[in-house]
Design a protein around this ligand. Structure first.
Ligand code: HMG
Ligand code: MG
Length: 297
């Protein structure tokens, strides 16, 4: 049955901006994050501690993490490896997202390791993070389709999720990296996840390449999912996943949920104000329906 309340995990400052070619000034990123919190966002991916050679946009991760922390909500940063985790330890952040692809080819293009090599590196790191009382989220990329390997078997996705749950993660964020899933596939995978992992926070992460993100979210809601990664303005995409467009736009998702009577505690007006902070610095126009209809009235 449908949830009465949904948690939005805002990924705009991370997934949204990582795909922007031109560097967005650090101060603007901080204002964007502040604006999103003012709009009611309680969980957010702030930045990622990845190689600045691979993703130059995230080179100010330490500064963003240092300035954007407050006691409001859950402030998450991404880290792919030991070096990233050690950088996180120099900050006050207490929530980390690791990320791995179900598809080997994608994982190699994204973090230069096979899926198994990533798991082997991350398992002891996750154990250590839990001992240090971190919140740990595992982002599972190419859970439905891979830009290199095509359709991914549901059993392979479930297997990788199982291995992460065994390491002790608190949350699985399961991703349609290139926006190829269809609603029946969303319903099937999230129903299985819900059944198999009743004690783990389950989150759905849809990219909107083929404009099916909202319907995939609706299907996941029907499977009982009540946590969604979305990106203000619909920004985003992984630089190492050809064909990945932006995430489901936070404002379109919140609008749909409001219309369905599902509570999110997010203020749409304030959300638009936050998007306007970064809009002039983006390389492409914002295409979310709610923003286009309401932002400049
Ligand atoms: P590598 O070249 O194999 O790494 O890259 P390495 O260990 O050989 O190190 C090479 C250099 O990078 C060294 O520096 C390291 O110090 C440095 P040098 O000696 O050449 O000066 N280095 C680092 N620097 C800062 N932070 C680090 C770090 N690690 C090494 N953590 C690596 C491996 C993982 C670093 C690289 O492949 C990388 O940074 N990949 C990140 C890719 C990325 O950010 N992708 C986007 C996020 S995932 C995503 O968007 C999907 C998601 O949204 C869900 C979905 O939609 O599917 C989550
Ligand atoms: Mg993504």
């Amino acid at each position: 049955q449908m949830p009465e309340k949904v948690t939005i995990i805002e990924v705009g400052p991370r997934d949204g901006l990582q795909n922007e070619k031109a560097f967005v000034p650090t101060d603007l990123k901080k204002d964007f994050i502040k604006g999103l919190k003012n709009a009611g966002i309680t969980e957010m991916e702030l930045t990622s501690f990845v190689s600045p050679k691979w993703v130059p946009q995230m080179r100010d991760a330490a500064e963003i993490a240092a300035s954007s922390l407050d006691n409001r909500g859950r402030n998450i940063v991404l880290a792919p490896n030991r070096k990233g985790i050690d950088r996180v330890y120099t900050t006050n952040v207490k929530a980390v997202a690791v990320f791995v692809g179900v598809s080997n080819t994608f994982n190699q293009k994204n973090i230069n390791k096979t899926t198994q090599e990533s798991l082997d590196e991350l398992a002891p790191i996750i154990k250590e993070l839990k001992e240090k009382e971190f919140f740990v989220r595992a982002c599972i990329s190419t859970a439905f389709y891979c830009p290199y390997e095509g359709k991914i078997k549901q059993e392979d996705t479930l297997n990788l999720c199982r291995q992460f749950v065994e390491t002790g993660v608190d949350e699985l964020s399961v991703a349609d990296t290139i926006g190829m899933a269809a609603p029946h596939e969303s319903y099937a995978l999230f129903s299985s996840l819900k059944k198999e992992f009743p004690d783990v926070l389950l989150t759905a992460h849809f990219h909107d390449t083929r404009k099916l993100a909202l319907t995939n979210i609706f299907a996941a809601l029907q499977a009982g999912i009540d946590r969604f990664d979305t990106s203000a303005g619909g920004l985003g995409g992984c630089p190492f996943a050809p064909g990945a467009a932006g995430n489901a736009a936070t404002e379109d998702v919140v609008y749909m949920l409001q219309r369905m009577g599902i509570e999110t505690n997010i203020d749409l007006e304030k959300l638009l104000e936050a998007i306007k902070i970064v809009e002039p610095h983006l390389s492409r126009p914002i295409e979310s329906t709610y923003y286009l209809r309401h932002a400049h009235q």
